[in-house]
Ligand binder design. Structure first.
Ligand code: NDP
Ligand code: 8X3
Length: 252
């Protein structure tokens, strides 16, 4: 492949999908991943004409499926330059005493273990080539804990620690590792968190201007176009109306 290759998990929606579009505009070949095959098929048409595009359908919770999908990449798609570990979500918003174990499992399995499974398959090639960039999509929930955020915040704090660990361990190989930690971004995130309750999900983003997925993708684009000696290690990006996970200025 003549172009640099970006491997993006969670490319069917929100931040991941916007990253696919922006990095394709930047000249990257795109590997888009997710569970919803029809959306991955449709994504091709949203990328600039002529963008080399390959998609992989897998659930990041399923280690064997992750490994098989990445092993199935044709030879010309195997030298991945940029890995964007983006797939993830919150499931539920309950005080710890009322939380659902299924929700806890989903968040730890997807946001933490899924990120590790994908990384486990892609990092060795970067180490061998002594080159590459890993961008983990964390969250302000990985920097602060908010009421009822318990396990989601735990999963994103784990992403924060794993990102720092990756940066230490991959330092001898010239691999760039960064975390982007967004505040509130208007995507399908809240729809998933509230299990399809549109009204409750829309309410999260009412009364202020939230980030758009494109605002985060713009930062990803900036990060991947820095010169070789520069890495944006850890960035928090917020809507202007948000000062912390618990302080949000809303006009009601
Ligand atoms: P979306 O719900 O719009 O997108 C989530 C993406 O993750 C989808 O493409 C989905 O694909 C994928 N995904 C979810 N579960 C799985 C799974 N089990 N296996 C494979 N892929 C999966 O949300 P966002 O774009 O907002 O979220 C992207 C990332 O940004 C997440 O890590 C989230 O925690 C983080 N984030 C979001 C914020 C926000 O306010 N929106 C703020 C801070 C961080 P599919 O369903 O097709 O599998
Ligand atoms: C998503 C932002 O504040 O809903 O990570 O946890 S928040």
């Amino acid at each position: 492949m003549e172009k640099k290759i970006a491997f993006i998990t969670g490319a069917t929606s929100g931040i991941g999908k916007a990253c696919a579009r922006y990095l394709a505009e930047e000249g990257f070949a795109i590997i888009g991943c997710g569970r919803r095959k029809e959306r991955l098929e449709a994504l091709q048409k949203e990328l600039p004409k002529g963008t080399p595009y390959h998609f992989l359908v897998f659930d990041v919770r399923d280690k064997d499926a992750v490994y098989a999908a990445i092993d199935s990449l044709p030879a010309e798609w195997q030298s991945i330059n940029v890995l964007i570990n983006n797939a993830g979500n919150a499931h539920g918003l309950d005080p710890i005493q009322d939380g659902s174990v299924e929700d806890w499992d989903a968040m730890m399995d997807i946001n933490v273990k899924g990120l590790l499974y994908v990384s486990k398959k892609i990092i060795p090639g970067m180490v061998e080539r002594k080159a590459g960039q890993i961008i983990n999509i964390g969250s302000t929930a990985g920097k602060e804990v908010y009421p009822k955020g318990n396990v989601y915040c735990g999963s994103k704090h784990a992403v924060d620690a794993i990102t720092k660990g990756m940066r230490l361990d991959l330092n001898p190989y010239g691999i760039k590792v960064m975390a982007i930690n967004p505040g509130l971004v208007d995507t399908e995130f809240s729809l998933v968190r509230f299990k399809g309750d549109d009204e409750r999900a829309a309410g999260v983003y009412k009364g202020f201007e939230p980030l758009k997925a494109e605002d985060v993708a713009d930062l990803v684009r900036y990060a991947v176009t820095r010169p070789p000696h520069v890495v944006l290690a850890d960035v928090i990006i917020l809507p202007t109306a948000q000062a912390s996970t618990t302080l949000l200025h809303k006009e009601e």
